[in-house]
Design a protein around this ligand. Sequence first.
Ligand SMILES: [Mn+2]
Length: 292
Amino acid sequence: MLVSERTDFYLTIRCPTFLNFPTDWSSAKAVIIGIPFDTGSTWKPGCRLAPSKIREVSQNIETYDPVVKKDAATLPVADAGDVIECVLPERMISTVGKVVSAFYSKNKLVVSLGGDHTVTLGALKGLGEGKALIMFDAHLDYRDEYPVGEKITHATMLRRACEWGLVEYAILVGVRAPSREEVETLKREGQAEIVYAWATEGEIKDAFSTLNGGVYISVDIDVLDPSIAPGVGCPEPGGLTYTQLCRALYALQGFNVLGLDIVEVNPLLDVNDLTSYVAAKLLSKLLTVLVS
Ligand SMILES: [Mn+2]
């Protein structure tokens, strides 16, 4: 059997699963995987604990979405467990790439639970080159090196994704903490549109309307205001409200979504598991929007 077929070799089942979904993914349309990786965090570690914590709190959320009129818990989704633990970013990217590629080749929508934002590089690699990306994030993650000398961290993720050809064009929503160098480089290279956190709902939808073809969605939980998502490594005031983010996600209904992730939840910095609850609700909502 090809290594790429042996997804079970790289995955460890975790219980409880998200919303008690089955671990058998054979008939599922979407497959959740956890990526317990946080050595790409440039400040406080702890994101590696998020997949298990988000699964734990998911046992206690309401799953019916009155807007989409679907119940996430009844959708054809599986939770295939966590990718084996990796410390070095290169190995994580390679391993996650193999797992995502194997599921993608079987027409599964892969939902990755980070982990710090570096994990998105692995998921994007598994889907191949030249995609559009919609990224919800307080930051641009477009530094060349951060910290000095480090090329693959959560602060350089988008820069590497563009350089490696994994992302052709990106729409960056909820931004409010960019560096001058990142803004100027992105503008010069023309590979992205920045939709700042103070944009209106209409402006966000207008940005989405420029996309056609397959798109990858990445939600860095720090796009939300730290008052509702305090468990993050780099809290930035002035973030989106939960309702603003939900409205943006509803606008993605009907898009050809190739994969998605929710990243940067840090249970070690959280208050009353609030950030994990918010992430669980967002994932539940995204499933109702994207899976039928
Ligand atoms: Mn990020």
